[in-house]
Design a protein around this ligand. Sequence first.
Ligand code: NAP
Length: 409
Amino acid sequence: MTSDGRFRIGLLGHGTVGAAFAELLPEHAERIFVLTGLRPELSGVLTRRSGSFDELLERSDLIVELIGGIEPARDYVLRALRTGRHVVTANKQLLSQHGEELWETARSEGVQLRFEGAVAGVVPVIRVLQESLAGARIDRVHGIVNGTTNFILTEMARTGMTFEDALAEAQRLGYAEADPAEDVNGRDAAAKMAILARLAFDTPVHLDQVRYEGIEQIKPDDLEYARELGLGLKLIGTAERIGDGISVRVHPAFLYPGHPLASVNGPFNAVTVESPAITEITMSGPGAGGPQTASAVLGDVISAMIPPASTPPTMSVLEIVQDVVSAFYIHLEVADEPGVLAAVAHVLAQQDVSVKSVVQRGLGDQARLVMVVHAVPESRFAAALEQIAGLEVLRAPPRAIRVLEEEFG
Ligand SMILES: NC(=O)c1ccc[n+]([C@@H]2O[C@H](COP(=O)([O-])OP(=O)(O)OC[C@H]3O[C@@H](n4cnc5c(N)ncnc54)[C@H](OP(=O)(O)O)[C@@H]3O)[C@@H](O)[C@H]2O)c1
């Protein structure tokens, strides 16, 4: 900071979030001065077309990185930290792939690296994990951390439209990017879950260690039949302790109405944290958007002006568990003839998979068999499903989606 109490902020990126941040900062400058005794001001803006990073760094006390992607964002963040600047970023791809290097650099340089905007937009989940729940042992985090896919699934359930039509609607309303690949294939949510798992369990988690599935394969009738079984579909991120290891994954999952995430609709995000000390807490709100994310970024800037907060070093390297236990919904198109249900039940029984509920419909010479099975190791379910796929009575490949069985309250 300068001797006259000015606190100079170098802004990297002037897109959706960067432009909103540049607009928000002067609106709050006076209040921040009252809070901190420092007057924040933009020292410059770097975009692809204008500005020099070296010059901007030279005249900044703190760098806000809103470029996105890996390079040059990683290089800029590292250089800012190494020269003693605090950094605020909303870049989940960077943190989920290079977080350890960046957090270690921030720790060794004694500066802050804050990233509330990187997960669930303005929902204050990072701060809650890092600070409010620092005294609780966290067992599990569930999240709806991608607003685009939650909007699409909500629309498919509400109107019966196809995935493709719901995606087009999301793009029309500005809830989906022109290239929505990383949203709909689950990778964006996987990056966010890697960050949440790192904070929840104090263990390094890289994006490559997160298994993810997207929602491209979901059919409108999956949602229709599931509704009869009392289920609603979400793209769910899970980070949980299993024995001495952890599992971090993202996939579509059905929820019963009592689950706190079941009522999160449209482009909203929500995260539940489970711990023996607190039972369960849920935080929800807008997961993206320029002004919303910019307010999370500004909150981080203000916190960085009032030290201290840092991501603790990793405590141990926990095993990543591959074969987790899940309940499943199964959708089968079968021949409408006697003995079909018995044949399917026989295969499930062989793998020790027990059925919780069934809906059966006749459709001419075909029938539709939709069932929910109790939780089993996923490898055993996969073996059963493979055998079912080989049954002669099947008229189409079987479809399966996980079900979260918890209902709180
Ligand atoms: N959009 C959201 O709702 C949202 C929500 C949460 C988190 N985030 C995260 O926030 C970050 C920014 O997202 P955004 O939506 O604001 O992105 P954006 O609209 O695409 O803007 C990116 C900005 O960065 C600049 N830029 C890109 N590459 C650059 C380079 N090599 N050198 C210098 N400047 C470069 C661009 O410059 P030009 O103007 O010259 O192209 C543009 O101003 C990302 O990490 C994103 O994941 C976004």
